[in-house]
Design a protein around this ligand. Structure first.
Ligand code: GRF
Length: 184
């Protein structure tokens, strides 16, 4: 029985698609989102993948996370992969899943934790950028780095052109690192 992965998304979910399409050594058993209209959910449903969507608006984070946890438990999820998930997980949620949540972040951690990573790399005059897969802890983008991939920053790069170059590497890095992680 392959380890079951739950993927949390908030938008298009291109990393989720890569994790599904390149799955080796794990099985994607649920795709969940805080955005019922997340485009990635439609893509997953078209492929017959189980999905769960709930907006936390009006119910508050504890009740929202309890519902997400219920769906993850029902699907037999053992490891959570965040993929473009834009909400902060509560300390309680992280504690419940300690050591079993991973995330992909669009910088070479520990550099550029947080947002606007590509513009910050360009503004700093960096010649190398990239992405990192890390274990999620209570501290933002600070857990053990499991793998990284580098790309060049080219003259004339904008945040968008750099983001596109990094995203292509994310789609190669994440499935490989996740497969290694669940096999640990
Ligand atoms: C990407 O920059 C990724 O690094 C970050 O969210 C952005 C969108 O990813 N996690 P996706 O296309 O929704 O997977």
């Amino acid at each position: 029985m392959k380890p079951k992965i739950g993927i949390l998304i908030s938008g298009r979910g291109s990393n989720m698609m890569a994790l599904v399409e390149q799955a080796q050594g794990y099985e994607v058993a649920l795709i969940a989102s805080d955005k019922p209209d997340a485009p990635g959910l439609a893509w997953a449903r078209e492929r017959g993948l189980p999905t769960f969507a709930l907006s936390p608006k009006g119910i508050g984070k504890p009740a929202y996370e309890a519902e997400i946890n219920g769906a993850l438990d029902e699907a037999g999820i053992e490891t959570i992969a965040l993929a473009g998930y834009m909400r902060l997980l509560s300390d309680d949620f992280v504690a419940r899943w300690r050591g079993r949540i991973v995330n992909i972040h669009p910088s070479l951690l520990p550099k550029y934790k947080g947002l606007d990573t590509h513009q910050r790399a360009i503004d700093a005059g960096d010649t190398v950028a990239g992405c990192s897969v890390h274990v999620v802890t209570e501290e933002l983008d600070a857990g053990e780095v499991l793998g990284r991939a580098e790309v060049p920053v080219l003259p004339g790069d904008t945040a968008d052109t750099l983001a596109a170059r990094v995203l292509a590497e994310e789609h190669r890095l994440y499935p490989r690192v996740l497969a290694d992680f669940v096999a640990r």
